[in-house]
Structures are given as C-alpha cells and as structure tokens.
Design a protein around this ligand. Sequence first.
Ligand SMILES: [Zn+2]
Ligand SMILES: [Zn+2]
Length: 113
Amino acid sequence: MNLTRHKLNIMAPDGASWSGKWRKAKRKYYKKHGKVCKCCGSKKNIELHHKLPRHLFPGLALDQDNFIPLCNRKGVGCHFLLGHLQSYYTYNAKITEVAKFARENSVLKKNVA
Ligand SMILES: [Zn+2]
Ligand SMILES: [Zn+2]
C-alpha cells in the first residue's frame, strides 16, 4: 500500500477528486441554465454559488438544484453581497427569493466591470 497517498487522502479527502467533480457539475449547470447572474443579469465574472454551503451541507455539494450563478466583481458583486451577505463566513438562506425579486423588479444594475 502506498502510504503517502493514503496519508494524503486522509488529510485532503476531497482535494483533487472534488475539483474534478465540481468542474463537471459547473459545466453541466451552465450548459443547461446559462452563465448569467441570477440577481442582476450580468454575464461577467460569474461564480456558481451553493445556496446551502458545502461545508454545512456536504450532501448537497454537487446537487444541481443547490447552485445559483452570481456575479462577483472584485469581491463586491452579487455573490458576495447577496449570496453571502458580505461575509464568506455566512450565507443567505433566502438567496432564491432575493434573486427572483431582484430580477423581476430590476432593482440591481448590471454589475459590469
Ligand atoms: Zn450580479
Ligand atoms: Zn457562494
């Protein structure tokens, strides 16, 4: 048995395998739903946000229904402001409703760089 690899797997259980799965999940999502911010409609600097964060809800980490694309321009876009309420230590449990409201009422200007 390869001890080094075994050790690495324990220390980083979702390292390389996670990033591969995540990349695939993102590609699948964008292909189906487009790469557009769900709050402001921007197509720039889009990040795929977990509605429920993966460190708290690991079972939803690759669940397509748990994703929402939000823009992030230098840390001040919809992702940071609305998805995380200005702190990456927290998250907005109402992001789906907030995004729907923002879009329907055009309350946010496009976050164009
Ligand atoms: Zn946005
Ligand atoms: Zn996020």
